[in-house]
Write a protein of this length. Sequence first.
Length: 130
Amino acid sequence: MAGRLVPAFTIALALTLYSPAIACAPIAFSLPDRVQEYQEPEPKTMIFTATAYTWTGNRTTSGTWPSRGTVAVDPLVIPLGTELHIEGYGAAVAADTGGAIQGQRVDLYMDTEHECWQWGRRKVEVRVLE
């Protein structure tokens, strides 16, 4: 039975493809009135609680020495290596973690202890740059 279905299907397909009525039928299509330009997606913005830390003599979790622009994050919220822009701090890279850094918290590296005290603890807007 299967042997008879294959030739019947092949004949039906051939008749459909080579039928003059189908081959000559015009295909209708239209072009859009205007083409939309590609726009970069807006960076993801979140509100975090930001604190500061300074030199500890240890490397970061990612293996680098901390410097201005190094921030500690919860890697479940922001993956390590992510480039960020932090309100009031500037460009940063998520390169470190910390025991107290969980959820929507970020710890910013400062050059001196005095800068850390001046920063204190505050809510900041964190933009993830992709």
